[in-house]
Write a protein that binds this ligand. Structure first.
Ligand SMILES: C[S@@+](CC[C@H](N)C(=O)[O-])C[C@H]1O[C@@H](n2cnc3c(N)ncnc32)[C@H](O)[C@@H]1O
Length: 377
């Protein structure tokens, strides 16, 4: 297994969109300014939480739980401002991306040409039902995630550029959290524990515009790589980018909780930042589906933000709660390591003592990345 540094990876848009129009640059810059402003409030709120915890401890002689000081913190103006700042810049980033793409006919033409090449590797299913748990939330104000609108063929690209703008100056760094960065850490982690593991068929669930799928194709050049997503526009963008990069990836429009692949079809099944956007019942179904799809000895490895899935202190719990409302992350609040562990066990997968845990160091504010994994015995 090839070990690759995370920094070698680019997001799809970084591969293909070096030329941004003047209007786009202007919007992009404004987006970054909004995020920088949000960052400064972020640090002030972190200080505020520290002070409030100290006050509580001095008065009562005990450390507070999040539940005990939650209402007090949420009533604070600075905290309210931070919540709002999770809303505004995200909506802005996607509108900027959309305006930019609409103004760039050359880019549109290039993407259309790529999309129409190697069509046998793009399997769309207009009949696939988009579940309401995906279509309703409007996650982080990107209304494009689960669209199936055939007229809106560039919405996947809008998502890709929009998240790129969002990631430029948010407290988590895009190259790390999206696409290849996090997955390359996961691959390094697996390669240390399973040095002889050489997957021949790989599935990326919830692949969006191909960021994580392309990362896997680069990591495992000899494997056959498949990406699935519920959204046709995401897959169309991912397919176009993969064609442009000359990577023979197969994209399919499927629901990760009940795919149409046969039993034992894959040796490695991955996902990146998908689980936090699923309700618990669907997380469970996806893990059961992975168990069905894995060949004996095959490995499931889903990557997630540790702060969303398993926050460990009051500041992280507050941040997660602000994201539920301010960033429309409806399902992060009901996640926990314990529940995930139950689902993995129920699916008959072995965690091998180390496949369900945080696998990167935590920073001053956020938890390390969580691997939700298991091996088919
Ligand atoms: C945050 S994005 C994933 C990002 C991507 N893996 C990357 O690293 O660039 C979540 C994706 O999951 C997809 N999704 C949500 N529920 C799904 C389901 N049940 N089946 C397949 N895809 C799903 C959404 O359409 C969306 O594209």
């Amino acid at each position: 297994m090839k070990v690759v540094e995370a920094t070698n990876f680019k997001t799809p848009i970084e591969h293909l969109y070096p030329k941004i129009s003047d209007e786009g640059k202007e919007l992009f810059q404004q987006g970054i300014e909004k995020y920088s402003a949000a960052k400064s409030v972020f640090y002030q709120v972190a200080e505020l939480v520290k002070t409030e915890v100290e006050k509580w401890t001095t008065t009562t002689g005990k450390n507070p739980t999040y539940g005990q000081i939650r209402r007090h913190l949420l009533a604070n103006d600075l905290v309210k401002e931070l919540g709002k700042m999770r809303t505004d810049p995200a909506g802005f980033a996607f509108n900027a991306a959309r305006a930019d793409i609409q103004g760039d006919l050359e880019y549109q033409q290039r993407m259309k040409n790529w999309e129409n090449t190697a069509k046998e590797r793009l399997n769309l299913n207009p009949e696939l039902e988009i579940p309401t748990y995906v279509s309703r939330p409007n996650f982080h104000w990107s209304p494009y995630i689960a669209t199936n609108d055939w007229e809106e063929q560039f919405l996947g690209c809008v998502w890709d550029i929009g998240t790129s703008i969002m990631g430029q100056s948010s407290p988590t760094v895009r190259s790390y959290s999206l696409g290849g960065g996090r997955l390359s850490r996961m691959v390094n982690y697996l390669s240390e524990r399973f040095p002889n593991f050489k997957p021949r068929r790989i599935l990326d669930m919830g692949c969006s515009a191909g960021g994580s799928t392309i990362a896997m194709a680069i990591e495992f050049p000899d494997a056959e790589v498949h990406g699935i997503d519920i959204s046709s526009s995401m897959l169309r963008c991912g397919h176009a980018v993969s064609v442009a990069l000359d990577l023979p990836i197969y994209y399919h429009q499927m629901d990760a909780s009940h795919t149409t692949f046969g039993d034992g079809s894959f040796d490695l099944i991955v996902s990146n930042i998908v689980f936090h956007e699923l309700p618990n019942g669907i997380r469970r179904k996806v893990i059961l589906e992975c168990s069905r799809l894995l060949s004996p000895g095959g490995i499931m490895a889903h990557m997630e933000g540790g702060t969303y899935m398993s926050p460990t202190n009051i500041f992280q719990k507050l941040w997660r709660e602000l994201d539920i409302h301010g960033n429309n992350e409806w399902y992060v609040g009901n996640a926990s390591m314990e529940k995930l562990a139950t689902y993995v066990e129920e699916a008959g997968l072995s965690t091998q003592g180390s496949l369900l845990q945080k696998i990167t160091p935590s920073s001053e504010f956020f938890e390390g990345a969580l691997l939700i994994g298991g091996q088919k015995i």
